[in-house]
Design a protein around this ligand. Structure first.
Ligand SMILES: Cc1ncc(COP(=O)(O)O)c(C=O)c1O
Length: 433
């Protein structure tokens, strides 16, 4: 129900997640509160693993994109689910390491990794460095040489795909801050540079065409282009490309307007296109890597707020103000992202109001949704935003010195705190008074 998952249900009029009563959790932990259903996350991981095995075999790996939601418990779950992980900063890497995650299964991304981050990655034994540009390759070679070690690299390639999604989350086109374009020749130069570095092991290529993509066609097209490039690398450089990482980007259902496919369907199409291209170019099958982020976590969490005021402006609209906003979910102010809202204590009642959900921060654009349907709502009620598992807590800020919310994980009805609510003292921890 609601967002196509089994995580959410209604019991005695109350919205539940993972079998736990949301109003009861709000009472126990306070609001704003983010609540995850662990079984949903595990199920999603399992679906990726099963689909890769079914459509491609054993020579494949799903690596969770940590930027979607990167906290210690996630890396424990990923270990148990036999996943790899994509990290994009020293902070995400540190979190994974602190959680005991196997560093050999890390894909280290970032379009501007610092020397210190690269050095740390080498010291930790990171499995793959996804090199975004020439400077990074040179820096990595220098660092490896100084340590008498070798690094395994993938070259981040921009395949020239215009995926139909918001411009800010579209990354596969030539005009991108990420990667080296095939069309301009930069990608081939990147491979040549990696091959010329004695301390770098060229393993393969990576791309990521964007996020929240519903159509399967851009993925098939991407795979075709990437295989064409692998063929060029073999022809010109005389080396095989052993790994093909096609990133993430698989869509999820935030509102009724969204129509994502299942992981199985996305992977079926990717593998079909890959197998056809391998035959076309007579290439050996590379190891296939995917990096789903949003689709592993987004549908399996809700954010619960307390409503402070309900303000009706005659002839205009009704604002429902909550005790959170852009500080725990900046996706509306960033992309105009759409959500589904529910009053969790009256989840079975019809949505008879049309409201604008406003955050508590000092920005007029600090909204969570405009003109959205909602059950009758009053000051003091709880309000839930659904499908907030990805790019919400991980993008949270302390604007207006608002503490970040607590995060709870539910498993078969049992709840546990996985991230403490920030205190006022946490906010001033680094201030020098
Ligand atoms: C390199 C890379 N891989 C994977 C992802 C995850 O994408 P999504 O969360 O849409 O699956 C991203 C997202 O920006 C990315 O940049």
């Amino acid at each position: 129900m609601y967002n196509g998952t089994e995580s959410l249900a209604i019991r005695a009029g109350h919205l539940t997640i993972g079998g736990a009563d949301i109003p009861a959790l709000a009472k126990k932990y306070g609001t704003p509160l983010i609540i995850y259903d662990e079984c949903g996350i595990r199920k999603a991981c399992g679906e990726y693993n099963a689909a890769l095995r079914k459509h491609y075999g054993e020579n494949a790996l799903a690596a969770y994109a940590g930027k979607a939601f990167s906290v210690g418990v996630m890396y424990r779950i990923l270990t148990e689910m036999d996943f790899g992980a994509d990290v994009v900063s020293g902070g995400e890497l540190y979190t994974a390491r602190r959680a005991g995650f196997d560093m050999g299964r890390i894909f280290y991304h970032g379009n501007n990794k610092t020397r210190a981050e690269l050095a740390e990655g080498l010291d930790y034994g990171v499995g793959r460095f996804v090199a975004d540009n020439f400077e990074e390759l040179k820096m990595l070679e220098e660092l490896c040489s100084a340590r008498s070690t070798r690094a395994s690299v993938l070259i981040r390639v921009t395949p020239g795909i215009e995926a139909h999604t918001h411009a800010y989350i579209r990354t596969g086109q030539i005009d991108s801050k990420f990667g080296m374009a095939i069309e301009t020749g930069a990608a081939l130069e990147g491979v040549k540079l990696a091959l010329s570095c004695p301390h770098l092991d060229y393993c393969g290529i990576h791309c990521h065409i964007g996020s929240q993509i519903f159509d399967t066609a851009p993925f098939a097209e991407t795979v075709k282009i990437m295989c064409g490039f692998i063929n060029t690398v073999r022809d010109i450089c005389g080396v095989e490309t052993r790994e093909l990482n096609v990133g993430g980007g698989f869509g999820v259902q935030y509102t009724d307007e969204d129509t994502p496919h299942t992981p199985d369907e996305y992977i079926r199409v990717i593998c079909q296109a890959l197998k056809a291209a391998l035959v076309q170019y007579d290439l050996p099958a590379p190891r296939l890597i995917l990096e789903p982020g949003r689709s592993i976590v987004a549908p399996y969490a809700v954010t619960v707020y307390t409503v402070g005021t309900v303000k009706s402006i005659p002839g205009c609209r009704t604002y429902v103000a909550v005790d959170g906003g852009m500080t725990d979910n900046p996706r509306y102010i960033l992309y105009g992202a759409k959500y589904t809202f529910v009053v969790p204590e009256r989840a079975d009642e019809p949505k008879t109001m049309t409201v604008t959900v406003a955050g508590r921060n000092c920005e007029s654009g600090d909204l969570l949704g405009e003109d959205v349907p909602l059950q009758q709502v009053h000051p003091g009620d709880l309000l839930c935003t659904l499908t907030t598992g990805a790019y919400c807590y991980s993008m949270a800020s302390n604007y207006n010195r608002v503490p970040k919310p607590a995060v709870v994980m539910v498993r078969e009805g049992e709840d546990r705190l996985i991230v403490r609510r920030e205190s006022l003292e946490d906010l001033v921890r680094n201030d020098i008074f």
